[in-house]
Design a protein around this ligand. Sequence first.
Ligand code: ADP
Length: 386
Amino acid sequence: MIFRRISHRLALQFTGFVFLLLLGTGAIFLAADYNRSQQMARARLEQLAEQLMRLGSLPGDPRLLAPRFRERIRICRTDGTVQYAGSMFPDVPFNPERFSTARQFGDDYVILTLPGRLPDGSSGHLQVAEIERHTMHDLPRRLFVFAIVSASISALTYGVGLFFANRSLRPARDMVAKLEQFTQDASHELRTPLTSLQSTLELAERTKEYAPAIASARQDVLEITQLIDRLLELARLDAAHLRRERTDVTPLTRRVVERLEPTASAAGVRLETALTQEVQQSVDAALFTHVVQNLVSNAIKYTPAGGLVRVALSATELTVTDTGIGIAPEHIGNIFERFYQVDPSRSADGVGLGLALVKNICDLHGWRIGVQSQVGQGTTFVVTFA
Ligand code: ADP
């Protein structure tokens, strides 16, 4: 949710930036166009004035000129007295500056004023006017086109921005999801060693025998630290960060079974192993241990007293079989899901994360994990090494 909001915000900011850029460029082009059309109008006026004034003499009788010239000129004396005024100069005050502007009949005029000699030899001025058809004239049309183009570009920018924002945020989103997973996994997996630590300390307090308690507590703390480290790594990392090494997994498996021996005998379950041969596999040892630990402790947990749990390793497979309560077919497809429990009342010390973790680790290694079960008969988990 938060990431979707960030994506939208980024896309909006990006769109805003592009829109401002468009606005800026549009304004620059408009100004440049306006400037250019003004310069061209002035150049046209100068050209016309040159044609009308031969050798510095003002036209003798403007009425003889062609109408398109006639209406656009005015001839004045130096004191501003009008000698002749075309129809474009009905009421324009005299301004001796070379270029001036005036407004008549709702139009803007540019007026060029040039000094010259009148036919009687005295000095005077020729003024030529031109309606300024500058770009402001079709401003509404331009603004309309600009609005349509900007809206389309902005919509496109928003879409593209959203796409890229989503794509760029994906790693962060994955990271947060994994860290959330870590928090849940840590709270689940740490419960057992912390309980063990607590009972060790309580026992030491009661019996006043501190030396063995300290040794055991140190071992628990070490395990907790390692577990947190590995879980953190698992949460943060992907397959590229696995610490895989070619390892003989048989001793690793044997060690886990030995550690679970007291739990099994307390539950009245017999633990049997077939761990004879050396099995070299490219594994992350800590994670592999975790897989065995979870599968075997589940097998013990879900096998009633008098039952049997068998752990076997071949060159290609790890098999954990039990003669326990089994899993009904309608649940089999779900047991690897996070927090899924067939019957929560039967697994008081679990929250349904163990098998999800096992599956995660198998996926990271590229292993397949399968399960076969019959209610009341028992369950077999098989991890097939790739
Ligand atoms: P939990 O912490 O509840 O044991 P897991 O993820 O380890 O969670 O297991 C998910 C569910 O799968 C368990 O609640 C249990 O119902 C079922 N399950 C796992 N292993 C076995 C097994 N060996 N025999 C019977 N049921 C099992």
